[in-house]
Design a protein around this ligand. Structure first.
Ligand SMILES: C[S@@+](CC[C@H](N)C(=O)[O-])C[C@H]1O[C@@H](n2cnc3c(N)ncnc32)[C@H](O)[C@@H]1O
Length: 306
């Protein structure tokens, strides 16, 4: 297994995630979530957002896009307001400001509560240029969430009326992320409802087949030697990613592309809760059968032979 060298910035991002969990999860109580500790958390989180923006502007890697962290911070403010009524008035006023931050990224006809795609889209446009707009493309996305990447694929790659996209998602919180104990805002749509609304707003809606199931179940129902492009962003647990990679490999045509998200993800302390060990093992075992198209935060491979 290749050794991951932790970036100190990623470690401080992780520490803040842990601090938020300590403040807002089941242990949320007056002794733990004190006004001074919550105020210090808000300060640190605001500083983190500025640092994320600076890193993005400098083209340096970030654990999450700053726009997404802004949305998450608004939700954290809302959650702490619900869960910690004992906080001092000045801290509650700061949380109310955060809770008033935008809930959605508005992108044309679509809206999202998180951003897992924007910072990859320029690169995808180049990587997928050779197949984009071709007729009869067959693509699969595993882990679609609210449909940010699905709608991008429909609008930028699967544009021909004869192309199709299969969208696989369990539509349940991932098993290795405890959803950071966010309170759901009153009447907020679920990810699946947002996915459905975003796909309905797309001119490519009729090309989409949704399969609401775990990938380990869904992929076994799909045909082999059929797909031109598969985007893998479901479970990030190494055993699940390894299973996805092996099942996807059979589904790809020779010459087809597969992109795995979060190859460079360092957030979970346990490496077996990250995709990288699975993908390194896969590349070792399948050596000679693929061309490495891209390896950084994401991994893109082209299938050369079965
Ligand atoms: C990071 S989100 C995907 C983001 C999406 N690809 C995008 O670009 O907007 C991960 C998604 O994977 C789904 N998921 C997690 N484990 C899964 C599994 N074993 N099978 C299918 N979907 C899974 C979750 O429900 C979640 O919606």
């Amino acid at each position: 297994m290749s050794k991951v060298t932790p970036d100190p910035f990623f470690l401080s991002f992780r520490a803040l995630v842990e601090e938020y969990k300590a403040l807002a999860t089941g242990e949320c109580n007056e002794a733990r979530a004190t006004s001074s500790r919550v105020a210090a958390y808000i300060d640190a989180q605001l500083a983190m957002i500025e640092e994320l923006k600076a890193r993005e502007q400098a083209g340096r890697p970030v654990p999450h896009a700053s726009e997404a962290v802004v949305l998450m911070t608004g939700l954290q403010g809302y959650t702490l307001l619900q869960r910690a009524p004992w906080l001092d008035a000045d801290v509650r006023a700061r949380l109310e400001t955060l809770a008033g931050w935008p809930m959605y990224l508005e992108r044309g006809p679509y809206r999202f509560t998180a951003d897992f795609g924007t910072h990859h889209q320029l690169r995808w446009a180049k990587e997928y240029a050779a197949i984009a707009h071709r007729p009869s493309l067959r693509a699969v996305e595993i882990g679609v969430f609210e449909g940010m990447t699905s709608t991008w694929l429909l609008d930028n790659v699967l544009t021909d009326p004869t192309s199709r996209l299969i969208c696989v998602d369990a539509f349940e919180p991932p098993r290795n992320v405890d959803n950071y104990a966010f309170a759901r805002r009153a009447n907020a749509p679920t990810p699946e409802q947002l996915f459905d609304a975003n796909i309905a707003a797309s001119s490519g809606a009729s090309k989409v087949q949704k399969i609401a199931a775990y990938s380990g179940v869904a992929l076994r129902t799909l045909p082999v030697d059929t797909f031109d492009l598969v985007y893998v962003d479901g479970s990030h647990l190494a055993p699940d990613v390894l299973e996805d990679a092996i099942l996807v490999w059979r589904m790809l045509k020779v010459g087809a592309l597969v992109t795995f998200d979060d190859y460079g993800w360092e957030l979970p302390v346990d490496p077996l809760e990250r995709p990288q060990p699975a993908l390194d093992a896969f590349m070792t075992i399948f050596a000679g059968k693929f061309e490495l198209v891209h390896k950084s935060w994401q991994l893109t491979l082209r299938k050369l032979r079965a």
